[in-house]
Design a protein around this ligand. Structure first.
Ligand code: PEP
Ligand code: MN
Length: 333
């Protein structure tokens, strides 16, 4: 349920109303927009008398919300959420390109890739240190050493860093990480999501391989219910009957998520297609569809990459993609 307050509602009135609602066992989420303040009621609202609530002097209107996601719901929070990552912003009018290798492999590799993608327009560096591989015999990442190398490169280049977490017990290792990624395979690892809800770090939440948009939003809800509202949604392709591409990029997820939710939406065309030459058209299409950002895998030597070489762009290819995306963004402005 949401209650839209009249423009003149005072701080004291809002505090009194909050206390009254909390006294009825509800959690209250207050969103202050440019003109209106909206109060979202989370919990069992069945006992709230909407007519009574609507009759209060400070209330303009009251609406029951049928979707099970509340905190991530645009009806609670009409304005786009803008998330701060160091000095950068993502969401609303702010667009960022996250680029880097699938995995951090060596100090030379991660520094070389970071410097080249930074020069071509990427603003955030990615690199996996804990890799969720289908086979236990494949390279699993450099773990804490990998995060250490990312932090070193952050110091050298000034780029904020993003890397994937697979286990809540590893959280202390992520202290200097700017955005924590939850991979597709962990989208419904609810204990992990709850632990991330206790932090204040931006979380990039990837859509699971076979999950609906509502399930993605419910997972965002797990993080937000703990108090962390810094969630970035990521469409990274879903599994379909198509076999020419690694996954199928569900581009309609972008406008649909933007309609349903106020959270920023990023697209990962690399994991979605699995093929380097597909990344450029899909990145351009994602930008045209209204994504707030892209996550693209780039490697200085894709043929010898320890993970996901087939979908990794060379730095030169990335320069071209970033330029095309910049042009698309100009056109759709
Ligand atoms: C990744 O970004 O390296 C990754 C493993 O992605 P996903 O979880 O989307 O497969
Ligand atoms: Mn990868």
């Amino acid at each position: 349920m949401v209650a839209v307050l009249k423009p003149g509602a005072t701080k004291e009135q809002i505090e009194n109303l909050t206390a009254w609602l909390e006294g009825r066992g509800l959690k209250v989420h207050i969103s202050k927009g440019e003109f209106h303040t909206i109060i979202g009621l989370i919990g069992d609202t069945s006992k709230i008398d909407t007519e009574l609530l609507g009759s209060l002097e400070m209330i303009e209107s009251v609406k029951r919300i049928s979707e099970p996601f509340k905190s991530s719901n645009r009806k609670f929070h009409p304005d786009d959420t803008i998330i701060e990552v160091g000095s950068l912003k993502i969401g609303g009018p702010h667009f960022q390109i996250i680029a880097g290798p699938c995995s951090v492999e060596s100090p030379q590799q991660i520094l070389a890739v970071a410097q080249s993608v930074l020069a071509s327009g990427a603003s955030i560096l990615r690199g996996g240190a804990f890799k969720p591989r289908t086979s236990p015999y494949d390279f699993q990442g450099l773990h804490a050493d990998g995060i250490g190398l990312l932090v070193d490169v952050k110091k050298q280049t000034g780029m904020p860093i993003i890397t994937e977490i697979m286990n809540a017990n590893h959280l202390p290792m992520f202290e200097n990480v700017d955005i924590i990624q939850v991979g597709a395979r962990n989208m419904q690892n609810f204990e992990l999501l709850k632990a991330l809800g206790q932090t204040s770090k931006p979380i990039l939440l990837k859509r699971g391989l076979a999950n609906t948009l509502q399930e993605l939003l419910m997972s965002a809800e797990y993080i937000m219910a703990g108090g962390n509202h810094n969630v970035i949604l990521c469409e990274r392709g879903i599994r379909t009957f198509e076999t020419y591409t690694r996954n199928t990029l569900d581009l309609s997820a972008v406008p649909m998520l933007r309609e349903l939710s106020h959270l920023p939406v990023v697209v990962d065309p690399s994991h979605a297609s699995g093929i380097a030459r597909m990344v450029k058209p899909m990145a351009m299409a994602a930008a045209a569809a209204g994504a707030h950002g892209l996550m693209i895998e780039v490697h200085n030597d894709p043929v010898n990459a320890l993970c996901d070489g087939a979908q990794s762009l060379t730095p030169e290819q990335f320069t071209d993609v970033a330029e095309r995306v910049r042009k698309i963004r100009e056109v759709i402005k």
